[in-house]
Design a protein around this ligand. Sequence first.
Ligand SMILES: NC(=O)C[C@H](N)C(=O)O
Length: 460
Amino acid sequence: MFCKRILSICNKHLYSIKKYSVIASVLKKPNVGEVAEIKGWIKSLRVQKEYVFADINDGSCAQKLQILIPKHLKTEDLTYGSSVHVTGTLSQSPKGQIELVANNVKVLGPCVVLDGYPFNPRTAHPPEYVRQYLHLRSRTNFISAILRVRNALTRHIHEYFASQNYLHIHTPILTSNDCEGAGEVFKVQPENEETIKTMMQEGKNKDTVYFGRKTYLTVSGQLHLEAICRSMGNVYTLGPTFRAENSRSRLHLSEFYMLEAELAFADSIDTLQYNIEDLLKYIFIKTRETNEADLYVISKDNKEPSWINRDFATITYDEARRILDKKGLVVLDDGINKEQELALVEHCQVPVFIVQWPKNLKSFYMKETPLDDTKVDALDLLAPITGEVVGGSLREDNYDKLKSKLPSDALNWYLELRKFGNIPTGGYGLGLERIMQILCNIPNIKDTLPFPRWPHNCDL
Ligand SMILES: NC(=O)C[C@H](N)C(=O)O
């Protein structure tokens, strides 16, 4: 009885939302001769003798649906960019193309190009120009295709981890730890804990002392993943992370999405490498399959990467230095720079894992390499276009060793994870936007997400 009621409510709801069709479904399974209703935006218009031809897109796919509008319908208000509601009959053109012959067209929202609309269909706007209009740029074919690819990529990532029985969790955005210890945190609270205490004692300005301690926007969910991994096994998260790095480069954002996985019982770096390579190949192959048309819109010469069917390379940090030395690219004490990363990828002709890193270049939580206590079992994966795209390590699982390296008492909870039923773990973080750059062949990271944030750019 109850179920029947729910069903009838759902059916009513379905009926009301099924009133119009999305272009992706119409084109996938066209029912020629049937009546269809489409709502979308006009991407181009051609006026001919008896008909106005309009190409409509509704965001559901890269393709546009051609609409034939008989001139006796009111067509004067139709302009490029306006939103329309069209009813008509699906038919097939002599060339086999699916089109909609309209019997009713209603302009929902006119678009007056001369009133400051920044795009027009006859101009190939460069990304730098389009980026000035973050609130309008998803109206361009380029950005809308990118957003669909990003949507599919995220879906395939979740599919991959579900198929491997990982637990998906949400790690906090507000946190009191700087996981990487690089000091690139955005502070949510006043820095000085004494000041906070005094303010609280004086009952002053309660709003600014909300947590009563230093609080940041997270730079990584790793430490929280490790907590869950030590009781529930393999776990991952995909969420926003923040770095207050003063960089406006084509590879940096102040807010970016990181996919982070923590592998339970991982006691060798090869386990991480295998997992990362498998994941990357899966998401690249899948997204290229599901979003071929979008990838073509984004870059006409976007081909399947040659490395898809080859093994990734592995070299140690010291080997990398020697290779670079021979090329005249001397590595300084602060590590391998971007130019050198890309030179290593060029040298190997496939994505390359750099392993066995000097301890002083990496974070406190990484495990020492057996037989060499100056090195840690960490990896960076370098790829074309971006250089570094994944960073990971085995985690220090020895209580005393970790205690001696712990940067702050605020991380005592993290240390305590090694006390009760401890296990070896390892994990990695993969920058979603950098994966998008490689997948879509996009030079600038700011074009891989809807609303990029970078220094002095957070206006909307
Ligand atoms: N989960 C990870 O291993 C990523 C690492 N914490 C980083 O931010 O690079």
